[in-house]
Design a protein around this ligand. Structure first.
Ligand code: HEC
Ligand code: HEC
Ligand code: HEC
Ligand code: HEC
Ligand code: HEC
Length: 414
């Protein structure tokens, strides 16, 4: 091949490559994979993937992996709600959900589409709320509503944590920061409802938690949701006091400490009255008020002859929101007003009375009271969407109730 020809071929090839590159760079609705991969690389340089920490922090990683936090952009319910949000007028602010569900979006406002694509894929390789997303926070600005985290600049090797006497390691520098033992760290994601407008006092997800007995006695979110234990903080280091990273909440033993039920039954001839005292032991709202369908339900079941239910009634603790058109909505991002609020307030004692005809043809009857987190509710198309998005279909965990406490008493008739 002559030299001239070779140059011409190269030039032609160059033109073709340039054209291909140009096509690849075309901003199409569906971003191209190559571009996503590049953005993801940039993002992971600033916020290293949790896999990188696993190498030395196996215990912490394994605990975190079982926590809801590790699934913050993974659940079918999240995907279905994200879709509904993006299709709504509020959806113009595309980063909204990720500010708490994958908070490093705050540092990459131009890459928000990567976050959306990752969440929509159903199998995101990107972390949501993982190690770096918390341990790179150097400050939380509580003057802002909602409070805002300030992150360590990209490329920094400083990770903040609770220890002053940390062992040195080759992967990162460590720095003690008091914030890690304070509720403030959690508030930037756990304090406000992502509503359509500022709901004023009702924007509060946790309620008057700072006035609770628990908080006044010195408890922080971590005292209950990251309980102390003894173990290795990093592989092979000496055992010390560490913090449980399974973040017990709806899942885990902490649930048994959520509420007490005190039940009293009075038979007056044909009429029976059951009084249930529901004592919340939680220093914040129960349930917390996001997502909008979050409810706790008190079920009363009266079982007569052959344990057949002869009477059943319930009370629902949650919120009902109204949208701009004056209609009830299951989505807080559409909410402009709170129509009803029956959430159990911090450490509240709620008294419920139920009246029904005294069961007949039986010597005794059972009074069964159950307090549980209710399954998801909403318009049929939304529920169908979740079912379609889930590999478990109608068996997806959001469709199951989670029991908090249950009491059964056998009452003699006369
Ligand atoms: C960057 C935002 C963010 C921060 C900071 C944060 N969380 Fe969360 N947290 C979330 C999100 C999002 C979820 C829901 C994950 C899911 O289920 O999809 C969650 C879930 C939880 C749950 C599980 C709730 C349940 O229903 O079982 C607990 C407990 C919890 N967080 C406690 C904490 C504590 C304690 C802190 C502070 C040390 C904290 N979180 C800091 C965003 C955050
Ligand atoms: C201000 C922070 C914040 C914002 C903004 C936010 N969330 Fe959440 N989200 C949370 C927290 C915290 C939880 C866990 C609440 C709990 O368990 O009590 C949660 C839980 C959820 C859940 C239930 C758990 C799950 O993963 O299935 C869904 C669904 C959800 N959020 C969807 C969204 C969507 C969609 C948006 C955007 C419209 C959004 N969130 C915006 C903080 C936030
Ligand atoms: C929601 C925020 C959050 C997430 C996510 C998180 N941490 Fe932590 N981490 C904390 C807080 C807060 C403490 C201090 C708790 C205390 O001392 O009361 C802590 C403590 C630690 C400690 C010292 C104590 C111990 O338990 O060993 C290490 C190491 C650590 N985290 C590493 C990690 C790694 C690795 C991951 C990811 C697998 C991770 N963290 C995820 C908030 C978080
Ligand atoms: C090469 C091993 C190694 C890797 C990789 C590593 N760490 Fe560490 N890290 C350590 C050691 C060792 C300590 C000291 C533990 C001690 O003092 O008990 C530590 C301490 C910490 C602390 C506590 C700091 C303090 O002052 O309280 C945090 C938080 C932490 N690491 C987070 C992370 C995160 C997040 C990642 C991933 C981005 C990570 N580490 C990756 C070895 C490592
Ligand atoms: C005195 C202990 C205690 C303290 C302090 C505490 N909680 Fe809780 N929290 C509980 C209990 C008990 C429950 C209810 C049972 C459960 O779901 O595990 C709960 C439930 C939760 C849930 C899940 C409830 C739901 O409705 O989805 C979240 C999220 C949560 N707490 C966040 C926080 C945050 C953020 C703080 C700090 C501002 C905090 N908690 C402080 C005890 C505590």
């Amino acid at each position: 091949m002559s030299r001239g020809k070779s140059i011409r071929v190269k030039a032609a090839l160059g033109a073709v490559l340039a054209l291909v590159a140009g096509l690849l760079a075309q901003p199409t609705g569906d971003r191209l994979f190559a571009q996503d991969a590049k953005s993801q690389g940039t993002i992971e340089k600033a916020f290293p993937n949790s896999n990188k920490c696993k190498r030395c922090h196996e215990r912490v990683f394994e605990e975190w992996e079982t926590s809801p936090l590790s699934k913050s952009i993974h659940s079918p319910a999240f995907r279905a709600t994200l879709d509904a949000f993006l299709a709504s007028p509020a959806g113009k602010d595309k980063a909204l959900c990720f500010r708490c569900h994958a908070p490093h979006v705050r540092e990459f406002p131009d890459h928000v589409q990567v976050f959306i694509d990752q969440a929509k894929s159903g199998d995101p390789q990107m972390d949501g709320v993982a190690c770096a997303q918390c341990h790179l926070i150097k400050q939380v600005d509580r003057a802002k509503q909602p409070p805002e985290p300030k992150y360590e600049a990209a490329g920094s090797k400083i990770l903040y944590g609770p220890y002053k006497d940390f062992a040195q390691n080759l992967a990162h520098q460590s720095m003690e920061l008091g914030l890690f033992r304070k509720s403030d760290l959690c508030l930037n994601c756990h304090q406000s409802v992502p509503a359509g407008v500022n709901l004023g006092k009702s924007n509060d997800l946790l309620g008057n938690w700072d006035q609770s007995k628990a908080v006044k006695s010195g408890k922080e979110c971590q005292s209950c949701h990251m309980p102390e234990q003894t173990g290795e903080s990093a592989n092979g280091e000496k055992k010390r006091t560490v913090a449980n990273h399974t973040f017990p909440g709806r899942i885990g033993k902490l649930r048994q400490e959520a509420a007490k039920l005190d039940v009293e039954t009075k038979i007056e001839g044909d009429k029976t009255t059951v009084t249930v005292k529901v004592q919340s032991l939680v220093p914040h709202n129960l349930p917390t008020t996001h997502p909008a369908w979050a409810t706790v339900v008190l079920d009363l079941d009266i079982k007569g002859k052959n344990l057949k239910t002869v009477f059943a009634e319930k009370r629902v603790y949650g919120r009902v929101y109204q949208d701009a058109k004056g209609q009830r909505t299951q989505f807080d991002f559409e909410a402009v007003k709170v129509l009803e609020d029956t959430v159990l307030k911090p450490e509240e004692l709620r008294i419920e009375t139920f009246t029904f005809p005294t069961p007949k043809d039986t010597k005794t009857f059972d009074v069964e009271t159950t307090l549980s987190y209710a399954p998801v509710t909403g318009p049929a198309p939304f529920l169908q969407r979740i079912e379609a998005e889930s590999s478990k279909g109608s068996q997806d965990p959001v469709f199951q109730a989670i029991e908090i406490v249950k009491r059964t008493e056998n009452i003699p008739v006369k």
